[in-house]
Design a protein around this ligand. Structure first.
Ligand code: SAM
Length: 381
């Protein structure tokens, strides 16, 4: 049986943090005083965890951090992960072998198969392939989707090697299109040009769909909404706005700091109206196109429009702990189980039992909200 939690949600999506170090000090994420707090594991350890999970039905892996591109050997790691594509959707075998040779008792769902549409990258600067060719889901054609979330600072050099190694697509975080504002948010001078070069390199080499994520925080960058709309159209990328969540080191979150989905839509309409388009059930973003069909915008609204009921994610932290929700108040030490000499089957059993403990929903903004036991940079967003 593929992984399901006790609420019947299929678990198909893994976020894997490969370091909690970061070279940016974004005001909504880090204090700037704390460095890495947790260790990294050897890539072979992550690879084994992922291999077992792929055997259990995980079809999407997103590498994250901290800043994952700071980790030496990340390209080689992606190459090793890509070898698991042959194992995608095949069962985990009892003897610890990859399972690639066995008949798969579960297959890609009918609905999912029909809806798979792989977006092609724009061929030139005037070809907004991403905006026009809109699939109903996020899924690529691969049985195993290998994605990466990065601040993009060193992406320009790594985009091609990563693509050649088997990376499917990339999401770049960028919280302002104005270079000075960008520097004020990241607290790193001169980063904007690097990130823009990274976005363009990723697009050039066909890491597609290419998403640019912007966390909006009141008082810092809500005036960037319209410039980002223009950016999406000019650069041919999907811009996604994310509501600020209480996961920052500084504990500055309050409901008033959140720029909500409704507000984003209203602000963007002053420039051009957005028209909602279908999105996959487990997709975090609501998706929109501009009324003339050019440019796609996503809005991830976990605060004002929670999507926990369709959550298909688990996370593994850089030090090998499983987290079943961004807002978990505890985690589950997978690496400790591995270190004790567990077989693949025992690891799978442990993972299955942990998934059963997945939280029904988060409690952001409610009186009983308890902050997560780790902040975003140390979980892996
Ligand atoms: N360093 C990589 C990057 O910048 O994309 C990966 C790690 S970063 C923690 C992952 C994502 O989480 C980024 O898009 C970041 O903007 C987002 N993020 C961080 N703190 C957040 C918060 N409190 N609320 C919402 N999103 C947050």
């Amino acid at each position: 049986m593929p992984l399901h939690d006790k609420f019947g949600r299929p678990i198909t999506d893994l976020r894997l943090s490969i370091t909690d170090r970061c070279n940016y000090k974004c005001v909504y994420c880090r204090t700037g005083n704390e460095g890495a707090l947790y260790g990294d594991l050897a890539f072979d350890d992550y690879l084994r965890m992922v291999r077992v999970l792929v055997g259990m039905g995980i079809t999407k892996i997103r590498l994250t951090g901290g800043e994952p591109l700071l980790r030496k050997g990340v390209v080689e790691f992606v190459r090793e992960l890509a070898k698991l594509k042959a194992q995608g959707l095949k069962p985990h075998s009892k003897d610890g072998a990859s399972g690639a040779a066995e008949a798969a008792p579960f297959q890609i769902g009918e609905g999912q198969k029909k809806r798979v549409t792989r977006r092609s990258a724009p061929r030139n600067d005037n070809d907004f392939g991403g905006a026009r060719d809109v699939p109903l889901t996020d899924f690529g054609a691969d049985p195993l989707d290998i994605a990466l979330t990065t601040n993009g600072h060193v992406l320009a050099q790594l985009a091609r090697p990563l693509r050649d190694a088997g990376l499917t697509r990339v999401t770049v975080s960028m919280d302002a299109v104005d270079p000075d504002r960008f520097a004020r948010i990241t607290r790193v001078p001169g980063g904007f040009d690097h990130v823009l070069a990274g976005i363009r390199a990723a697009r050039r080499v066909g890491l597609w769909p290419l998403k640019v994520n912007c966390v909006l925080m009141r008082g810092f960058n809500e005036d960037q909404i319209i410039p980002f709309g223009m950016f999406a159209r000019e650069e041919g990328v999907i811009v996604r706005f994310i509501e600020f969540m209480p996961l920052e080191e500084d504990r500055v979150w309050s409901p008033a700091t959140v720029v909500t989905l409704d507000e984003i839509l209203a602000r963007m309409a002053e420039y051009r109206p957005l028209v909602e388009i279908p999105h996959g059930r487990s997709e975090t973003a609501r998706r929109y196109r501009f009324d003339d069909g050019i440019g796609e915008i996503g809005i991830i609204a976990p605060v004002s429009h929670p999507f926990c009921g369709h959550c298909s994610r688990i996370r593994i932290t850089s030090d090998g702990k499983i987290r079943t929700c961004l807002f978990s108040v505890w985690d589950h030490d997978l690496y400790a189980v591995m270190r004790r000499g567990a077989s693949d089957e025992e690891l799978a059993e442990f993972m299955r039992s942990v998934v059963q403990k997945k939280e029904e929903r988060h409690h952001i903004g409610e009186p009983d909200f308890v902050p997560a036991s780790r902040t975003m940079v140390h979980i892996g967003g």
